[in-house]
Design a protein around this ligand. Structure first.
Ligand SMILES: O=C([O-])CC(=O)C(=O)O
Ligand SMILES: [Mg+2]
Length: 217
């Protein structure tokens, strides 16, 4: 992604319009829906993915949690820390101290297909998080996060390192990095059309007229 200012896009885009544009480009299954919830209604995450995978373990490793520390210590500025489990949810794999580390590294947020703990502190931080659930148990001796920067699959959507992630109250959209500039350009154009539609409706035009003329809803 080169052309656009991240802060501008984060402020102006929304997941629905990104899905509409991706639909139009033939990418019809790029979203993660209900299963992952935003921390708050106004939580928005946007940035390139830094991916990792948690694997369940059944005994205490020699150095528990250390692998995940090494993974999160590699997160780059502006990146979204993506952590998926292998469909198993037996503990929290993220908490307030990892959130603090992500924030210190200037990470843009976390997309967690797993459970979180320390939610009280994370809410106080207003941390940009999407998550699958909560659990007070630590991952020590339950899961190891020791693979990163490889493609992961979340709800059937492949997320590769560097793919763009946009999440808001409606859901999370994965934008393949090769088409990101085009998607953002079209999304901003579509938003302008939606503004015209809204204006027409407020001025008393029928839905059929404005939709027929402008072609977007
Ligand atoms: O041990 C964990 O699951 C992580 C944790 O509490 C934190 O990051 O504060
Ligand atoms: Mg903690």
């Amino acid at each position: 992604m080169k052309k656009y200012d991240c802060a501008f896009l984060k402020e102006n885009l929304y997941s629905g319009v990104l899905c509409d544009v991706l639909d139009g480009m033939g990418y019809r299954n790029q979203s993660i829906g209900q299963r992952l919830m935003p921390l708050n209604d106004d939580t928005v995450i946007f940035g390139p993915a830094f991916t990792s995978i948690a694997t369940v373990v059944y005994s205490m490793p020699e150095h528990p949690l250390t692998a995940q520390c090494k993974v999160v210590d590699q997160l780059g500025e502006g990146e979204i820390y993506v952590l998926v489990t292998r469909g198993q949810y037996n503990c929290a794999v993220f908490g307030e101290l990892f959130a603090t580390a992500v924030k210190q590294r200037k990470g843009a947020g976390v997309l967690l297909d797993g459970y979180v703990r320390d939610l009280k502190a994370i809410k106080e931080m207003d941390f940009p998080l999407f998550y699958a659930g909560r659990d007070p148990r630590t991952s020590k001796g339950r899961a190891e996060i020791n693979e990163c920067q490889i493609p992961v699959i979340l709800d059937g959507v492949t997320i590769r390192p560097g793919d763009l992630i946009f999440g808001d109250i409606d859901g999370v959209v994965i934008i393949p990095k090769e088409i990101a500039d085009e998607v953002f350009e079209q999304a901003l154009a579509t938003i302008k059309k939606e503004d015209q539609v809204r204006e027409g409706l407020i001025n008393g035009d029928s839905l059929e007229k404005v939709y027929g003329e402008i072609g977007t809803i």
